[in-house]
Design a binder for this molecule. Structure first.
Ligand code: WT7
Length: 631
C-alpha cells in the first residue's frame, strides 16, 4: 500500500555524464525524442521496426482492443533471421557472436556464421524428434553456448521455448514443464558451480515423473564416462544435431505468433507463463538494446544474467544478436576463484558494456576496491543495472570505482511481463542516484493512486503503464483471466506493475518496491505462495506464510512463519530439514533465510493469511487496516 510508505526525499545530487554519450542516431536529447514519440507513436515504432527484415510488411502498427494488443498486424518475420542471416549475409559473417568463458578458464568462440550453422542443424534435429511450429520445448540448461543454440533453434522452427533457470528444483521444474505442456525437454547432464559438478539430469528425471506430455529428453552429456541414455526416450544433444541436415530455412511466423513462454512467480497459485510474441518482442528487444544500452558494432557486451531469466532472454541473447553485437557470456560466480574474476574478464576481453544487478554490485562493495583496482577497466563505456532498486551507495560505488566517473550508470526498470526496458535514464542524460529515471520514448508511464489518477510529484503511488507497447506480454499461458487482472486496477485501463514508486519535480521515477507479496531476493522473483506450498508439502507443517524482509546485500531475504502439525515440535534439526525440503522442491534461491515457528497465523475471516500483518510485525511498522482480521 502506497500510503504505508514514508516517502521523504532528500535533495539528490545530479550527475552529468558527457553529452557525447547521447546516441545521435536516435535523438538529440531525451525531451525532444520523447516529444517526437508522443506526436506520432506509430511513426516512432515504424521507424525502429524498419531496421529489421520482415517477410511480409504489417498492415497497421498496433491494434488495441483493451486489454489485448496486436502489433505489426499481419506482418511475417522470424527473429532468428534478424539475429543470424541479417548479419551473416552482410558484413558480420566472421564477426564473433559469442565469447564464452567457463569457470575453469575454458573458452569457446562462435562467430555469427558458426552460430547460424549450429542453430540450423540443431533445429533440424528438433524437427526429427517431431517438434513443429507452436509446440512447447522446455530448456533446462546451464549458461553455456548450447543453451543459446537450443533457444534459437526453437525460434527457427516456430517452436515456443520455455527456459527454466537451472537452479530450480524438481517440483518447480515439473510445474513449468506441465504448465507449458512441453513436448521436449532439453537439458545437460550437469553444470558447474564453484568448481563443483552439479548433476542436473536426476532433477529432470524426478520432474518427469508426472509430466505426461513429454515425448523426448535431449541430453547434453558432460561427464566421463557419459551417462547412459534410455533408448528412444533420451537423445544425445550432439548426436541429434550432427545427424541432422544442415540447411534449415526459417519458419515464417506471424508477428503475433508466440515466440516464448517464460514463467514468473506470482503471489498466489502456480507460476505464470508469460507469453511473448515474435514481432513486437523482437522490435522491443532491438530498440532498447540499441538505444538504451547503446550497444555499438565494435562493442563487446556482457550481460551477467542467466538466460533462465527475462534479462538473459532480452539482453543476454535476443537484443545483442539483433543488433549484431559481440556477446560475452560467462558461467562465473562473482567471487570464484576470487573476487577479482569479473574485473579480470573485463580487462582480458576488453568489455565495453557491463549489465548486472545491484546485489552483485553490493557484494563487490563488500570485498573492497582493491579487487577492481588490480585490473585495467578502461574499456568500459556503459554500466547498467537491473532487478531491484540500485541504491545510491551502490550507484556511487559503481560510478566511481568501476566507471571511474566516465561511464553513465543506466538503472533499467522493467519486468518479465514488459519484455523490454520501460523506465531508465538514457546514456548522456543527467543521472540521479536512487532514481531509475524516466519512461523511455515509446513508453507512457505514471505514478497513480488506487483509482488510477495521477498523484502529484513527491507523493508515493502505484507505477502504471498507460499505453500498450510492442513487447508487452500478450497473455498468460492457459490463463487469460490472470492476464486481464493486470489491466483491471483502478478506473482507468492501465497496466498495473504492482510496484510502488514516486516521481520528483523533474519527472524522475524512484522505484520503492513491490505493492504485493512478491519477494525480490538478489533481483530474483520469489513467489510467497510457492515457498508456502513447498513448506506445507512437508509432513510436519500445517500452515506457512512467507514474507520478504529487507537485507543490505540481497535487497530482501525470505522469512517464513510455520505452524506445525500436532505431534511435531520445533527444533534446529526440523528447521534444517524444512530448509532442505524447500531447496529440493524449489531450488536454493527460494530457501527461507529465517524460519520462525508460531502457534497461529493472522488470517482474514475468509481464511486468507495476512502476510502484510506479519511483515508489519516483523519490521515494527503499522499493519494498516486490520479490520478483516479474524481474532
Ligand atoms: C520486478 C520484476 C526486469 C528483469 C529482472 C526482473 C523489480 C526490476 C528494477 C529496477 C527497481 C526493479 C520490480 C519489478 N525491478 N528492475 N531497476 N529498480 N526494481 O524481472 O523477475 O519480472 O521482476 O523486479 O519490482 O516489478 P522480474
Amino acid at each position: 500500500m502506497a500510503e504505508d510508505f514514508d516517502v521523504s526525499l532528500n535533495e539528490t545530487a545530479v550527475y552529468h555524464p558527457d553529452p557525447s554519450f547521447r546516441n545521435q542516431e536516435m535523438y538529440k536529447d531525451y525531451a525532444t525524442a520523447y516529444r517526437d514519440f508522443l506526436k506520432d507513436p506509430d511513426g516512432f515504432w515504424r521507424n525502429i521496426a524498419s531496421d529489421l527484415v520482415w517477410f511480409r510488411p504489417w498492415d497497421t502498427i498496433c491494434e488495441w482492443e483493451y486489454p489485448f494488443a496486436r502489433w505489426f498486424v499481419n506482418a511475417q518475420c522470424n527473429i532468428t533471421y534478424n539475429c543470424l542471416e541479417r548479419h551473416v549475409k552482410n558484413h558480420r559473417r566472421n564477426k564473433v557472436a559469442l565469447f564464452w568463458r567457463g569457470e575453469g578458464e575454458q573458452e569457446r568462440i562462435l562467430t555469427y556464421d558458426h552460430l547460424y550453422k549450429d542453430v540450423m542443424q540443431f533445429a533440424n534435429g528438433l524437427k526429427k524428434l517431431g517438434v513443429s511450429k507452436g509446440d512447447r520445448v522446455c530448456i533446462y540448461m546451464p549458461m553455456i553456448p548450447e543453451q543459446v543454440i537450443a533457444m534459437l533453434a526453437c525460434a527457427r522452427i516456430g517452436a515456443v521455448h520455455s527456459v527454466v533457470f537451472a537452479g530450480y528444483g524438481a517440483s518447480a521444474l515439473n510445474q513449468r514443464i506441465t504448465g507449458a505442456e512441453a513436448k521436449i525437454v532439453i537439458t545437460a547432464e550437469s553444470s558447474v558451480r564453484r568448481g563443483k559438478t552439479i548433476p542436473l539430469k536426476p532433477i529432470v528425471e524426478e520432474a518427469l515423473l508426472h509430466a505426461p506430455t513429454v515425448e523426448h529428453v535431449v541430453v547434453l552429456r558432460t561427464q566421463q564416462p557419459p551417462v547412459t541414455l534410455v533408448p528412444d526416450f533420451e537423445v544425445d544433444f550432439y548426436e541429434l544435431m550432427n545427424g541432422a541436415p544442415k540447411d534449415c530455412p526459417p519458419e515464417v511466423m506471424d508477428a503475433e505468433d508466440p515466440l516464448f513462454i517464460l514463467y514468473t512467480s506470482g503471489t498466489t497459485g502456480t507460476p505464470k507463463g508469460i507469453v511473448h510474441t515474435c514481432g513486437g518482442y523482437m522490435v522491443g528487444a532491438y530498440y532498447t538494446t540499441k538505444y538504451v544500452l547503446n550497444v555499438m558494432d565494435n562493442d563487446v557486451y556482457w550481460c551477467t544474467a542467466d538466460p533462465g531469466w527475462v534479462t538473459g532472454h532480452t539482453y543476454g541473447i535476443y537484443g545483442p544478436l539483433l543488433t549484431g553485437a559481440t556477446i560475452f557470456m560467462s558461467e562465473s560466480t562473482p567471487d570464484f576463484p576470487d573476487p577479482g574474476i569479473w574485473w579480470k574478464l573485463i580487462e582480458e576481453y576488453g568489455i565495453n558494456i557491463l549489465y548486472t544487478a545491484p546485489t552483485a554490485i553490493r557484494t563487490f562493495m563488500k570485498f573492497g576496491e582493491e579487487w577492481p583496482d588490480r585490473y585495467d577497466l578502461s574499456s568500459l563505456r556503459i554500466l547498467a543495472s537491473v532487478g531491484e532498486p540500485l541504491n545510491p551507495e551502490a550507484f556511487l560505488w559503481f560510478y566511481h570505482t568501476i566507471g571511474k566517473k566516465r561511464c553513465p550508470i543506466i538503472d533499467t526498470w522493467w519486468q518479465t511481463e514488459t519484455g523490454m526496458h520501460m523506465i531508465t535514464t538514457l546514456a548522456g542524460e543527467p543521472m540521479k542516484p536512487g532514481y531509475a529515471g524516466k519512461p523511455i520514448p515509446g513508453v507512457v508511464a505514471d505514478v497513480v493512486d488506487r483509482d488510477g489518477n495521477t498523484v502529484p510529484p513527491n507523493q508515493g503511488g502505484f507505477l502504471a503503464i498507460k499505453e500498450p507497447w510492442p513487447s508487452m506480454m500478450r497473455t498468460i499461458f492457459r490463463d487469460e483471466d490472470r492476464y486481464r487482472k493486470y489491466w483491471e486496477s483502478g478506473n482507468h485501463p492501465y497496466y498495473s506493475t504492482s510496484d510502488l514508486a514516486v516521481k520528483d519535480n523533474d519527472g524522475y521515477i524512484m522505484i520503492l518496491g513491490r505493492s504485493d507479496d512478491l519477494i525480490i531476493v538478489s533481483g530474483h522473483n520469489i513467489g510467497s505462495a510457492e515457498v508456502e506450498s513447498a513448506l506445507v508439502s512437508h509432513q510436519a507443517v500445517a500452515e506457512a506464510a512467507a514474507i520478504g524482509k529487507p537485507d543490505p546485500l540481497k535487497g530482501n531475504i525470505v522469512k517464513a512463519f510455520v505452524t506445525l502439525i500436532e505431534g511435531y515440535t520445533p527444533s534446529d534439526k526440523l528447521t534444517g530439514d524444512l530448509k532442505y525440503h524447500v531447496r529440493q522442491t524449489l531450488g536454493p534461491i527460494s530457501v527461507p533465510a529465517e524460519l520462525e515457528y508460531t502457534d497461529t497465523l493472522p488470517k482474514t475471516r475468509s481464511g486468507k493469511i495476512m502476510r502484510r500483518v506479519l511483515r508489519a510485525r516483523e519490521l515494527g511498522m503499522d499493519p494498516g487496516d486490520i479490520s478483516t482480521i479474524d481474532e
